[in-house]
Design a protein around this ligand. Sequence first.
Ligand code: GRF
Length: 230
Amino acid sequence: MSVRVAVLASGGGSNLQAMLDAFNTVADAPARIALVISDRDSAGALERARALDVPAFVVPVSGRPEAEVAADTLELLERHAIGLVALAGYLRLVPAAVIRAYAGRMVNIHPALLPAFGGKGMYGSRVHRAVLASGARVTGPSVHYVTENYDEGRIIAQWPVPVLTDDTAETLAARVLLVEHRLYPLVIAALALGRTEREAEPRAASFHWLEHAAPDAAEMIHLIQPSPLD
Ligand code: GRF
């Protein structure tokens, strides 16, 4: 029994790919990407999902009432029996009704060390430009619970990444993104393990998965201590 995860993405979906590689192509994974939702039909994330036969849908947002977007999103999440929602480059505000329905079971990855460099309008290269302008020598991704305010939910995990003297927003973004690809699957796995730890069998299977995921993953996962999902 693995936790069924939905990924919401607007863009290229490299974080989605990291999760697909970690979970969907490996036996005994503690989590599975079981649904992908995007707000735009050009999102590369949709292709990445379909390539592995993961159901992928567009829920348009522009010009639609929030209640309609919420109803479509909740219908998909319920129909696919989703236990955990991971935002990965989703550039829309998730409707409040969806956030409430998945409170404590919806997470986001942000490419800077929150609570700094977050909030409305802080996405993409704007985040990395702000880090460079601040003179900070350390940055890195944060994974946090999603609440109704941008980037304000409780932080679950962070991973420091150095800022180098000759960095541009692009070189910094690329270095942080590589770390995102390691961190996000580990956090999702930790959350999934938390959800299933009362069931002996899935937990044993999950540690088998960890040995395959990354040589150091089993050690690192103990550093991530999410609160129970429910
Ligand atoms: C990542 O930098 C993530 O931190 C931010 O959006 C970007 C998504 O990139 N929330 P990708 O679509 O996963 O490649």
